[in-house]
Write a protein that binds this ligand. Structure first.
Ligand SMILES: C[S@@+](CC[C@H](N)C(=O)[O-])C[C@H]1O[C@@H](n2cnc3c(N)ncnc32)[C@H](O)[C@@H]1O
Length: 354
């Protein structure tokens, strides 16, 4: 059922805590969102009783610690020391939830350190379904997830990322899918949010002309093409290697809110595009170690797309060996021409009509 968004064929990030250890780029984006998030936590309508914070697309949890700490601290300040606060992490069923629960116990920055009356839990289900009962959520947080499309049906013959293809039919299929997914996500979240609730979303986006991923993912695609040239992948396999990610412009994100002031009772409070700096570049400039720089980027890239790439290779082939070979070739390419990787992130704040 590849077109049914509730039955996602997506696979989660690389397990055994690999994503937690290799997601510094995403952490850089999260740091840039914290002041917007703190404002949302200060202005959300809280009322009486237990408070619910939901972290949509949490992965293995390390990057959620800082925003959850900010939310708990701000809500505690507003609602008193003993109001129960529940933190619900959600992700795909294939997510490494064990790493998340382990991080809650052992991460030095865990929001559970010295916390009282804080109750973490997790839901392993796509957020293209309603995940919580109506009007339960006070605060929603989601970072680096909404660029993933709900369906894996688009094949790009000219790029590894669906959203970076220049093929006109692919470009329009991605735009349509991303518009449908965005509206569906907003509608479902609105049902779960209480009146006056807030939702912050940060995800990979683009300007009208650039994505910021041209160098990094251009090299990954070139590594795929090298494997095709060397007979390691067939043309069919090369075409099938399409990561179901699309990058929206700010206009596309704004689209549901253009006709009326709100969409599904949600108001768009804030929207802008943030250009990130490369967390590995400064170290490379100091050390000049191109191999280490390439390894950092290779691991960070493999952390988010390695399992998806493996799943796009026929099970009858040596999936793991082919993925290892692809990333070895990718890192070699990166080390030959290091550049700063500076992607764009959309920062979106929504509020539910009070
Ligand atoms: C790059 S990780 C981001 C993790 C973390 N939020 C961060 O900022 O580092 C993207 C996460 O979104 C999840 N994801 C993608 N599509 C999803 C869906 N339809 N439902 C739930 N989670 C999804 C992935 O499984 C993955 O864990």
């Amino acid at each position: 059922m590849p077109n049914d968004p509730t039955r996602s064929h997506l696979v989660a990030m690389k397990g055994d805590g690999f994503y937690n250890r290799h997601s510094a780029m995403q952490a850089t984006g999260i740091a840039a969102l914290l002041s917007l998030w703190e404002t949302a936590c200060r202005t959300v309508v809280v009322g009486e009783g237990p408070l619910t914070i939901v972290d949509y697309g949490s992965s293995q949890g390390r990057n959620s610690m800082a925003p959850m700490r900010v939310a708990i601290k701000t809500l505690r300040f507003r609602s008193g020391p003993s109001v129960p606060i529940e933190v619900v992490h959600t992700d795909l069923p294939s997510n490494d939830f064990s790493a998340l629960f382990e991080a809650l116990v052992s991460e030095p920055g865990s929001y559970m350190n010295d916390a009282s009356d804080v109750f973490p839990s997790a839901i392993g289900r796509s957020y293209f379904e309603q995940l919580l009962s109506p009007q339960r959520v006070h605060l929603g947080w989601t970072t680096w997830a909404l660029q993933w499309m709900s369906a894996t049906t688009i094949e790009a013959p000219d790029h590894i990322l669906a959203g970076m293809s220049a093929t006109p039919t692919v470009v329009s299929a991605v735009k349509e899918q991303q518009a449908r997914d965005w509206e569906r996500f907003l509608t479902l979240r609105s049902r779960e949010m209480r009146p006056g609730a807030k939702l912050l979303a940060g995800f990979t986006a683009r300007t009208a002309t650039v994505t910021g991923w041209e160098w990094l993912l251009g090299e990954l695609w070139s590594a795929v093409c090298d494997m095709r040239t060397d007979g390691r992948l067939s043309e069919r396999e090369q075409n099938h290697l399409t990561i179901p990610i699309g990058l929206r412009t700010l206009e596309e994100i704004q689209q549901p809110f253009i006709q009326a002031e709100n969409f599904a009772d949600l108001e768009l409070e804030h929207l802008d595009l943030v250009k990130l700096t490369d967390p590995c570049w400064e170290q490379f400039e100091r050390s000049g170690d191109a191999l280490a720089f390439a390894k950092h980027h290779g691991d960070m890239t493999q952390a988010w797309c390695g399992p998806m790439i493996a799943s796009l290779i026929e099970p009858s082939r040596e999936q793991a060996a082919l993925v290892t070979e692809l990333f070895t070739r990718f890192e070699r390419r990166l080390s030959e021409c290091p550049r700063p990787h500076e992607p764009y992130m959309a920062a979106v704040v929504l509020s539910k009509r009070a």
